[in-house]
Ligand binder design. Structure first.
Ligand code: SF4
Length: 215
């Protein structure tokens, strides 16, 4: 008799997981159909006990091809904003709520497609276990998909961006925009304004982290 299909990534997670065991297990994940479209699983990366975890939506085209999170244009913009906010990338862990790239073809290009609730739920055990192992002091949700996955479906980034949200996930939790939205700004002026606001949100996290350390 053939094995029943795995519907939830939790079935692939060992009783005593480590980040490297987790990353290895996620390579073979088939808990939703996105593995069929993506080149590979793009797991989170960063310091084992990073004090700051950044959570995005899903890997993009370059992340899918290279297998690393936040290495494409949005990742480069994120690196710049972190540097401007005085946050050392070495103390950061970056990941996504969904670990495979969801896309649809447009000509020769692969265009990002938002993951649905079923895909987000199927993938959630990977993220929950990453949070449990890294135990970050601060989590920043990048964009609405990550914020609604972690803070509830009614959460609105536009209304609450940059504000600390009480959450059992970590001592400091906040949401801001996804860096890819800055790249989509209609003109240079809007892009500059959005980048400044994004950097200010990251600065607020850096300040909150240092005041928590001092207290
Ligand atoms: S998106 Fe997540 S749940 Fe779906 S196959 Fe990939 S790793 Fe598994």
């Amino acid at each position: 008799m053939s094995k029943p299909p795995i519907r939830n990534a939790a079935e692939l997670i060992s009783d005593r997981p480590t980040l490297s065991k987790l990353r290895e297990a996620a390579r073979g994940c088939r808990a939703c159909d996105l593995w069929k479209r993506g080149t590979q699983t793009v797991f989170g990366e960063g310091a084992r006990h990073a004090e700051l975890m950044l959570v995005g939506e899903q890997p993009g085209n370059e992340e899918d091809l290279t297998g690393h999170p936040f290495v494409g244009p949005a990742g480069k913009l994120l690196d710049r904003a972190l540097a401007e906010a005085g946050i050392d990338r070495a103390v950061v862990y970056v990941t996504n709520v969904v670990k495979h790239f969801k896309w649809e073809p447009r000509g020769k290009r692969r265009i990002h497609k938002k993951p649905n609730a079923g895909e987000i739920a199927a993938c959630r055990p990977w993220l929950d276990t990453e949070i449990a192992l890294v135990k970050p002091r601060a989590i920043v949700c990048l964009g609405a998909t990550a914020a609604q996955a972690l803070l509830g479906r009614q959460f609105k980034v536009t209304a609450h961006r940059g504000a600390l949200i009480p959450s059992p996930l970590a001592p400091l939790v906040l949401a801001t925009v996804h860096p890819s939205s800055i790249l989509r700004a209609p003109d240079d002026e809007a892009r500059h304004r959005e980048m400044k606001q994004f950097t200010n949100d990251l600065r607020a996290v850096a300040r909150a982290l240092s005041s928590k350390s001092a207290s």
